[in-house]
Design a protein around this ligand. Structure first.
Ligand code: ATP
Length: 337
């Protein structure tokens, strides 16, 4: 649905050049929720704004639904943009217009008749659960309600793609959750492809199918969300995951231990099996669980245990081999034995 090839965005001023996006290529499939995560300045906004040509790429191509936007201008570009809705961190609503008028405006701009626009606005208000607020002004709404108006407006012309620019960053955690649930619903109900940028791994964990991690304008890691969470390759990706799951113990806690410290990861079905309890029945080892949790990445469990094993060296080794064979993911974090 979205193909980005060798995209570069350079900002030029008299004094210097700043590279916002550095040779990014990625593919987003139809119906996918695709998250782009990175710290401030990584290039996320530059990239997402190049997807609908709010920013003109310096070089490279952006194809949406088979159409290369970088070759379009004027009316052609305006038409192609109708397929792409966008929502923003600070909502960008027109303060002098009511909720109804904010949404109707997008339909009017696309040339819809009053009757057609009216029918569509009412449908959209129902979809985002704001029918009772239709005559209120943005100043009378909460942040979450404002973002719901933003979503309704973005969906007005039945786009195939929705771009979300830090759409929940200005919201509190429970409102964030309700907006993410709404996006998830829309994705399922309408088969809408969603690209979102965020600096919060929680957002990615809640709703994304795929994720790209950005640093210095580049995508440094990309893949299925569950795979990235269970097997991050880059230190930055690990940092983002640790920011919400805390899968690593502080060094000083580990160094004080006298046994063999292992970190075990249980993926999917195995997370629910009793590998740990079987371990103690089979081998003469003692285990001291230092840390353990099962997280759900959307609906799939990912279990992490950090454990200190003590006992005869040969038994500890057998225990480690056993867990490795069961989980295929064991890391000896520290071995003082
Ligand atoms: N209009 C602009 N003119 C000049 N430089 C810009 C412009 N927009 C972004 N940049 C620069 O491009 C780089 C990437 O910025 P960008 O806003 O895309 O990052 P970001 O990951 O979205 O960060 P944030 O979350 O803080 O918005 C930064 O170095 C930034 O200073």
């Amino acid at each position: 649905m979205i193909e980005v090839n060798n995209l570069v965005k350079v900002y030029r001023s008299k004094k210097k050049e700043i590279v916002g996006v550095n040779n990014v290529s990625l593919n987003v499939k139809e119906g996918e929720i695709y998250g782009i995560i990175g710290y401030s300045g990584a290039g996320k906004s530059s990239l997402i704004r190049c997807l609908n040509l709010l920013e003109k790429p310096t070089s490279g191509h952006v194809k949406i639904d088979g159409v290369d936007l970088t070759t379009l201008k004027g009316d052609g570009l305006r038409k192609a943009r109708l397929k792409i809705g966008m929502i923003f961190q600070h909502f960008h609503l027109v303060s002098s217009k009511t909720v109804y008028e904010n949404i109707a405006f997008a339909l009017k701009a696309a040339g819809k008749t009053k009757a057609k626009a009216n029918k569509r606005v009412l449908e959209l208000l129902d979809l985002v659960d704001l029918t009772d607020k239709k005559d209120q002004y943005p100043a009378q709404l909460s942040g979450g309600q404002k973002q719901r108006v933003g979503i309704a407006r973005a969906l007005a012309n039945n786009p195939k793609v929705l771009l979300c620019d830090e759409a929940t960053s200005a919201l509190d955690p429970s409102t964030t959750k309700s907006i993410l649930n709404l996006l998830k619903d829309i994705n399922k109900k309408l088969g809408l492809t969603i690209v979102l940028i965020t600096h919060e791994m929680e957002v990615v964990k809640e709703i994304c199918h795929k994720i790209a991690v950005m640093q210095n304008g580049e995508v440094i890691e990309e893949g299925e969300v569950y795979e990235i969470f269970s097997n991050p390759k880059k230190p930055l990706t690990r940092d983002f995951i640790n920011s919400i799951l805390q899968f690593d113990l502080p060094e000083q806690l580990i160094e004080k231990r006298k046994g063999t410290i292992i970190k075990i990861q249980f993926k999917g079905e195995i997370a629910e099996e009793s590998v740990v309890s079987e371990l103690f029945q089979r081998y003469q080892v003692k285990g001291n669980i230092l840390h353990g949790k099962i997280e759900y990445i959307q609906d799939t469990p990912l279990g992490i245990f950090i454990m200190e094993l003590t006992g005869e060296a040969s038994e500890v080794k057998k225990a480690i081999d056993y867990i490795t064979s069961k989980t295929r993911s064991l890391e000896v974090v520290h071995d003082a034995a």
